[in-house]
Design a protein around this ligand. Structure first.
Ligand code: HEC
Ligand code: HEC
Length: 344
């Protein structure tokens, strides 16, 4: 029996929505549709472009209310290599905020030069994801932190070791006791880091300015890219404020991409119906995608045009022209936004 938690209900809801959207896309604008159909669709969607309520993508909130002392403490912890066993690797080693919140590497390097088995996703806007990790195995940002701190190929530490090191640093004992009655504990370390991660939003992108009514914030070519992104059905999966991160999908709906699925064999999306949900990955956010090559959970696409071409082929059974790929990539360039008031 399926446990009917809110999570499961949400999952089922998203699946139903996705199924309906994909069906609509396939019936209305499938591979057989003429370019005339597409043109008239584009005309309609462009004429609706100022009506935010009808858009599948929403702007990222311009401000978010967070305890700034916690954000500051979490920022320090996030950049502190003492969270790793040999004091060499910080969260920021793999999630570099000047590299789109990733290391822009095929695989990340942990302690002792160890490499992991899956591409590193961005931490920017991760607070907007419904769950964390490619397979969604962590419910919250707090839960996620147990993974990297203890993974032998990442930071290879233990909580007692981390707490012991932080307790030897007076500036940490002081900062923790000012904010938390309990001082330095697993829960307070996680809370500070997760609060910092929630601050990693990238609002005020050119695309968000456009959604908020500034028609000139994006060019005609970028608008064309967005129109294709909608009419071809990319939005069935990449949607919401994070342009992804809110549902799980297979990689390769139409084309057999078995070789690419190996990395998600261990998918643990929470449902009893495991067989039907094998190979499922969280649809990644495309907010800062232009900054985070290579692409896909296995890092198999080196460039964004390559990733876009493959998506259209394996998820939508579409072969895009060079021009269409360029337009969609141009649209993706309007999405990143700003962190701490500066363009990413
Ligand atoms: C050695 C590299 C490495 C280090 C160090 C590391 N991460 Fe990660 N991070 C990864 C990889 C790889 C994944 C994806 C793993 C997976 O999905 O199975 C990931 C996933 C995540 C995610 C989930 C994002 C999403 O969209 O699902 C968050 C959040 C995150 N890391 C935060 C952190 C924090 C906080 C730390 C420090 C405590 C940290 N990471 C340290 C490599 C690293
Ligand atoms: C049926 C759902 C679905 C549709 C439709 C879809 N995607 Fe995706 N997209 C995914 C999933 C799932 C992944 C992650 C695949 C993986 O890594 O295993 C992904 C990954 C991506 C990535 C790589 C992101 C990264 O950080 O690695 C890009 C870029 C992308 N999609 C763009 C598009 C574009 C453009 C379209 C339309 C042409 C599209 N997608 C249509 C589900 C979808």
């Amino acid at each position: 029996m399926m446990r009917c938690s809110d999570d499961v209900k949400r999952f089922v809801f998203l699946w139903t929505t996705l199924f309906l959207s994909v069906s609509l896309v396939l019936s209305g604008c499938g591979p057989e549709s003429t370019s005339k159909d597409v043109e008239s669709y584009l005309a309609v969607s462009l004429s609706l472009d100022s009506n935010n309520d009808l858009e599948p993508i929403q702007p990222i909130p311009l401000t978010i209310s967070l305890d700034q002392q916690k954000v500051k403490l979490g920022d320090r912890l996030f950049h502190d290599p003492r969270l790793s066993h040999d004091n060499t690797i910080a969260c920021s080693s793999c999630h570099n905020l000047t590299k789109g919140g990733t290391d822009q590497a095929y695989r990340s390097t942990g302690i002792n030069g160890a490499t992991g088995g899956i591409n590193t996703p961005t931490v920017f806007n991760s607070g907007l994801n419904i769950r964390q990790f490619w397979d969604g195995r962590a419910d919250t940002l707090e839960d996620q932190i147990d993974g990297p701190t203890q993974h032998p190929a990442e930071m290879g530490s233990t909580w007692p070791e981390i707490i012991g090191k932080l307790q030897q640093d007076q500036s940490y004992t002081k900062a923790f006791s000012t904010i938390y009655a309990d001082g330095i504990t697993v829960a307070t370390i996680k809370n500070a880091i997760a609060t910092f991660e929630q601050s990693l939003l990238t609002p005020h992108s050119r695309f968000d300015q456009y959604l908020r009514g500034d028609h000139d914030a994006i060019t005609a070519f970028e608008k064309q890219g967005y129109a294709l992104f909608k009419s071809y059905g990319c939005v069935a999966c990449h949607q919401g404020a994070n342009v992804g991160g809110n549902l799980f999908q297979q990689f390769g709906l139409f084309t057999d991409t078995d070789t690419m699925r190996d990395g998600v064999e261990r998918s643990q999306v929470k449902t009893d119906d495991h067989e039907n949900h094998r190979h499922m990955v969280k649809v990644p956010s495309l907010r800062v995608a232009v900054l985070t090559p290579p692409y896909f959970h296995d890092g198999s696409a080196a460039t964004l045009p390559e990733a876009v071409e493959k998506m259209a082929r394996v998820q939508l059974r579409r072969h895009l022209s060079e021009e269409e790929i360029s337009a969609i990539v141009a649209f993706l360039h309007t999405l990143p936004g700003q962190y701490q008031g500066r363009d990413l």
